[in-house]
Ligand binder design. Sequence first.
Ligand SMILES: Cc1cc2nc3c(=O)[nH]c(=O)nc-3n(C[C@H](O)[C@H](O)[C@H](O)COP(=O)(O)O)c2cc1C
Length: 257
Amino acid sequence: MPAESFAAEKSSCSFEREAREAVYRAIHTRRDVRGHFISGPIDDTVLARLLTAAHHAPSVGHMQPWNFIVIRDAERREKVRDLFLAARSEEVSAVAAERQALYRKLRLEGICESALNLCVTCDRTRAEGSPLGRWHNPEMDLYSTVCAVQNFWLAARAEGIGVGWVSIFDSVPLKKLLGIPGHVVPVAYLCVGPVSEFAPRPDLETKGWRQRLPLSGLIMSETFGGDGEASLKSLADGMAAEGAPASSHAGGGAEYS
Ligand SMILES: Cc1cc2nc3c(=O)[nH]c(=O)nc-3n(C[C@H](O)[C@H](O)[C@H](O)COP(=O)(O)O)c2cc1C
């Protein structure tokens, strides 16, 4: 985020400027990594920091429904990749005919090339009997687990560790392969490891699959579809036009000037 964005008023509770910049830097330079994994392990101390960040995510009723399955075994990962390949060949048939060739060219996983895989699960029974925040909206436990994934993803970016989310699976054989019981949902399957670089833009943008939408078109006023907030929209689009940082390498990141 450009430096001018930080000129806005600072509240007494906000971070110092450098710390604020670091937070936005992690957000804007985080990437979904598939093809840029390099060999080498992740130090357990670093992994523990990332898992601690995940475990400090918000969760409905503070239920902390997550578990983290660390998968290092090469043979197991090959089996997971086989599941991915089977699911991908099914998914491609649902893609519009004229986009299937492009879909087939996309790199959509780094299961075997990354240092390790992590399956983040949601135990839907963890806080049974005390459904604070889930009585009317039972899916909130799944949303909470996604918050843990995002914490992990952002902390990993700050550590120079790449993360790629793979969702192209039939969850039934995946659960069987990982011994996940029926009441537990595999929310995210992540490829995690050292990388050569973090691409400046999402792969799916670079490869022409889909571009980032203009933020102003997504902001509504008061009710769904409500027009208004012209000044906010113009500020938001101005920031997008100034651009998120151009590029960043694994050890560092783009400079904010
Ligand atoms: C719930 C979820 C599932 C995803 N599943 C996949 C996947 O199966 N394969 C893949 O290559 N990327 C997957 N992604 C990553 C997105 O493609 C990626 O976030 C998006 O293209 C934007 O790129 P960026 O994360 O680098 O900003 C997934 C992301 C999310 C949030």
